[in-house]
Design a binder for this molecule. Structure first.
Ligand code: C2E
Ligand code: CA
Ligand code: CA
Length: 637
């Protein structure tokens, strides 16, 4: 009995069977209808109208309706329940129709002459074989049809009396047995085939999963993220919806990794991934892009407020301390976001824009989320114009150096000159240094820019009195590879200047990229005899940890604290504690951006000894330095 039942426990097999037999059922109805009509036509003059016209017409009409139904569902994705239901219905219907058609054939038979009777026998046998073949993939139906048609057929014709009819019925019985054997073998082989296909698919699914998974955090990886980004873009374009792409970069992770080792770094990353995942609700797809960078996609028309809420939720969980060994690591994160289709029309550009927003956050709004805006778009446009101009610039002639004195407040002496870069582009005019240095960094041009500038700075400094040092700004990228440092040392050696007269100003950004490399670079510069100052102090992230760990000589307190020194008691407090800190650590402290007498008075009160700013002198061209120094010396005397 089990052979006749539709088995619903293996839905994969059932689906495969459905896919196969549903293609053949229309053919089955075609065979049934044409054979029936041909037989009915022969019996037209012989049998009553109800038997040779109305009844077969009704049966054929029913067949056509079912045929149309099958035609309508072809290619449709049906649920499991629907497939089970249809398979059961098809099986029951097949048996019921077989019974009705067989009875019709047997009723028709007595009305025929010997030829017409022969046609009925032929019709019944042929239709049976044709239909069973069409139902090959649906074993219960095929068996049901074979049995239902055979029993009345064999009994009827065997006992009809004529010896040739006896022979036909025995013949059909034997053929049916053979057909059943073929059917059973076939359906078993088909089930095996489907099972092995399922196994292959599961294996390749598993391979797919592994290839798209980040093994450390268990999140989806970069490869998957980009594939998903493209999928999202295509589906959003088709349906007219919007979505957002975001990039999260941990602030302060690199020092943890460098100080405590990679095993601890991995643990922190795994925990950070879990926390971020927890902060992302439904509809947010998170991946690890590599290092301490994560990417996320927010589907279905997110509003900027939704993104801001998500950003602060992520920030909150990352700011909670990470315990490593006995201590706690302070981490933060910056996030860049871009919206489709507002920020870009293609997936790749969209990602670039989110990356730009992240870069912007890192530079200007560290620890926050920045959403790509039209302003950023303008910046990118002007950036690319500047980048092109920089790429084709003759650096030796277009770049120049101006110099701004650093004054000892106690003695009034100029102790050093800071070199500041200037670029006069023939096409674009003067471009401010913070702008073109950043662009050179992004375009990978910083090494040649530094080389041109350092040559000029050293050439100028060699003409000054030995008591005046030269202070030179290095970009983070100058410290991030050993070759740049080698180039700097070679230039210093070639210039003939005593390296002891040089100070290199570095910023904290250099430390956050690759602390180990930057640390090695600083050590190398110091080994040569040069001094190292930390620039823009107080603006960066976790400043104190770097001050502790770097062999520094000086610290330059950022201009922003001096600007509102007179009005803002908090700035006053900060400058006070920063100068005290420097004294404690035995470092020289330079305050930048002194513009007024009032500021200077406060700084003197606080005990500051070194200062720089428009109050003393604006940056001046190399040719003006000697006159300035002479002038200052004369005033002092
Ligand atoms: P920085 O190293 O902090 O340089 C100080 C900046 O403050 C200079 O701007 C200087 O002109 C300005 N400044 C000095 N005194 C005052 C003052 O009293 N009031 C005000 N409002 N501003 C004052 P500049 O020359 O535009 O340089 C901007 C930044 O560009 C520099 O900041 C530095 O980060 C970068 N930079 C300049 N030259 C170079 C260079 O040769 N190499 C590298 N890597 N970066 C450079
Ligand atoms: Ca500087
Ligand atoms: Ca500075």
């Amino acid at each position: 009995m089990l052979l006749f039942r539709v088995q619903t426990d293996n839905i994969d097999l059932l689906r495969a069977q459905f896919a196969a037999y549903s293609k053949q059922i229309p053919l089955l109805y075609f065979i049934l209808c044409t054979n029936t009509l041909a037989t009915a036509w022969t019996f037209g003059p012989l049998a009553p109208r109800w038997l040779c016209i109305y009844f077969p017409a009704a049966l054929c009409l029913f067949c056509v309706i079912r045929w149309l139904w099958w035609w309508g569902t072809r290619g449709a994705a049906l649920s499991d329940a629907k497939i089970i239901m249809q398979t059961r219905l098809t099986t029951h219907l097949a048996v019921a129709l077989t019974l009705v058609f067989t009875i019709w054939g047997l009723f028709l038979y007595p009305y025929g002459d010997p030829y017409a009777r022969g046609q009925v026998v032929f019709y019944m046998a042929l239709t049976l074989i044709g239909c069973v073949f069409c139902l090959m993939h649906l074993r219960p139906a095929a068996l049901g049809v074979t049995v239902t048609a055979n029993i009345p057929f064999i009994l009827f014709f065997f006992f009809e009396g004529h010896s040739s009819l006896k022979a036909i019925s025995v013949n059909l019985a034997l053929v049916s047995v053979a057909m059943i054997i073929i059917l059973l073998t076939y359906s078993r082989d088909f089930a095996r085939l489907v099972a092995s296909q399922g196994k292959t698919r599961r294996l390749s699914d598993e391979n797919f999963r592994i290839a798209n998974l980040d093994s450390l955090t268990g999140l989806a990886n970069r490869r998957w993220f980009f594939a998903e980004l493209h999928r999202q873009q295509a589906s959003a374009a088709a349906s007219g919806r919007s979505f957002a792409v975001g990039i999260i970069d941990l602030d302060g992770f690199k020092p943890v990794n460098d100080t405590y080792g990679h095993a601890t770094g991995d643990r922190v990353l795994t925990e950070a991934a879990q926390r971020i995942q927890g902060a992302c609700g439904a509809g947010v797809i998170l991946s690890r892009l590599g290092g301490d960078e994560f990417g996320f996609l927010v589907e279905s028309n997110p509003a900027p407020e939704d993104l801001r809420a998500l950003g602060s939720a992520i920030n909150d969980v990352i700011s909670l301390p990470f315990s490593i060994g006995g201590s706690h690591a302070p981490l933060g994160c910056s996030i860049g976001v871009a919206f489709y289709p507002q920020s870009a029309a293609t997936a790749d550009v969209l990602f670039e824009r989110a990356d730009y927003a992240l870069y912007y956050a890192k530079r200007h709004q560290r620890g926050q989320m920045v959403i790509f805006s039209t302003e950023h778009e303008e910046q990118i446009r002007s950036h690319s114009v500047i980048e092109r101009a920089l790429l084709s610039a003759d650096l030796d002639t277009e770049l120049s150096m101006v110099f701004q004195p650093i004054i000892n407040l106690t003695t009034g002496q100029t102790v050093a000159m800071e070199g500041l870069a200037r670029w006069q582009s023939p096409a674009l005019g003067a471009i401010p240094p913070d702008q073109f240095i950043a662009i050179a960094e992004r375009a990978g041009l910083v090494r040649s820019v530094t080389k041109a500038l350092l040559k000029k700075a050293l050439a100028a400094a060699i003409t000054w009195p030995d008591s005046v040092r030269i202070s030179f700004n290095l970009s983070a990228h100058d410290l991030s590879d050993a070759e740049s440092v080698v180039q700097i040392i070679a230039l210093v050696n070639r210039s003939g200047i005593n390296p002891k007269r040089i100070d290199f100003e570095i910023t904290e950004t250099a430390m956050t990229h690759d602390f180990q490399q930057a640390y090695a670079a600083v050590r190398t510069l110091k080994a040569m005899g040069a001094g190292v100052s930390l620039d823009d102090f107080g603006t960066g992230f976790s400043s104190l940890s770097h001050v502790h760990r770097l062999p520094l000589d000086k610290i330059k307190v950022d201009r922003s604290f001096i600007t509102d020194l007179v009005r803002n008691p908090i700035s006053l407090k900060i400058v006070k504690s920063l100068t005290a800190l420097c004294t404690d650590m035995g470092l020289d402290c330079i305050v930048e951006g002194v513009e007024t007498e009032a500021q200077l008075a406060i700084l003197r009160d606080l005990g500051c000894t070194l200062a720089q700013g428009y109050y003393f002198a604006r940056p001046m061209p190399a040719e003006a330095v000697m006159d300035y120094l002479d002038d200052a010396e004369r005033k002092r005397a």
